[in-house]
Design a protein around this ligand. Sequence first.
Ligand code: A3P
Length: 283
Amino acid sequence: DALISGAHYWTQPFKIKRLPQCIIIGARKCGTRALIDMLNLHPQVEKAALEVHFFDRDDNYAKGLEWYRQHLPECSEDQISIEKSPSYFVTPEVPERIHAMNSSIKLLLIVREPVTRVISDYTQIYGTNSKPHNGTKSPRLEDLVLQSDGSVNVHYKAIRISLYSRYLQRWLDVFPPTQIHVIDGDALIRDPYPQLRDVERFLGLEPRLQRDNFYFNSTKGFYCWRKLEGDSRNETGLHCLNDSKGRRHPPVDRYIVSKLRRFYNPHNLRFYDMVGRDFGWPE
Ligand code: A3P
């Protein structure tokens, strides 16, 4: 029965591209791809294949909502369409722009321990070793995160993006907290199912995802997933994210890590206050 009742979502004849009822606003390197792909397992969720960057890029925004809609997936009446563009979180104009499109939209924000996020961001851009990159040697992480006087370099964008409380404030100036659900990205890595169940509930979806849709793949070192029975979208079998997700991080000097943790601590406490949840990030 579950199989039959689920099947109609995928075979509905009247599917049209719809503006999103939910947007994953960021943050960069916190598991935004894993989150949207895992959510897409749900029969009532259709995702945009790529990051649309409608609200954060003025040239795209100028093209108007019809352009945006064309970049969203086709859905039936009982499905919702979602997209993720991680730079929405930190771009000043975005909260107002999204609010102007749909003031009751649901927003998902996924965060990770701020220092790990900085290292992940650095690794995405420079790789794990300091081999020459486009003919030039990569800067060392410690030279980017610290200034010559030893203070934390807030001019480095990767440092700024982890100041979650600063950016979240702009969203809370525009949206009520009940419309923003915050996901612990480290918990999503350790055990995705409870996080997704919470999202399912937040979005008002039928509870369809199950623990056994997620498998820990010890070769990859991360969870992978299998689509639900009856889902004819996408390929069958176990699906893992590609090698650009779950990269090995370079070793970082303990002194640098503790300096960064101390720097982030007051911002983290403010963030816990704003969200009403203690993420327990090391001080
Ligand atoms: P690392 O590559 O630094 O480990 P985003 O998609 O927002 O860029 O986030 C990338 C991060 O998603 C990865 O950072 C990885 O830790 C995390 N992630 C969460 N769940 C994952 C999964 N199941 N497979 C691969 N990466 C996952």
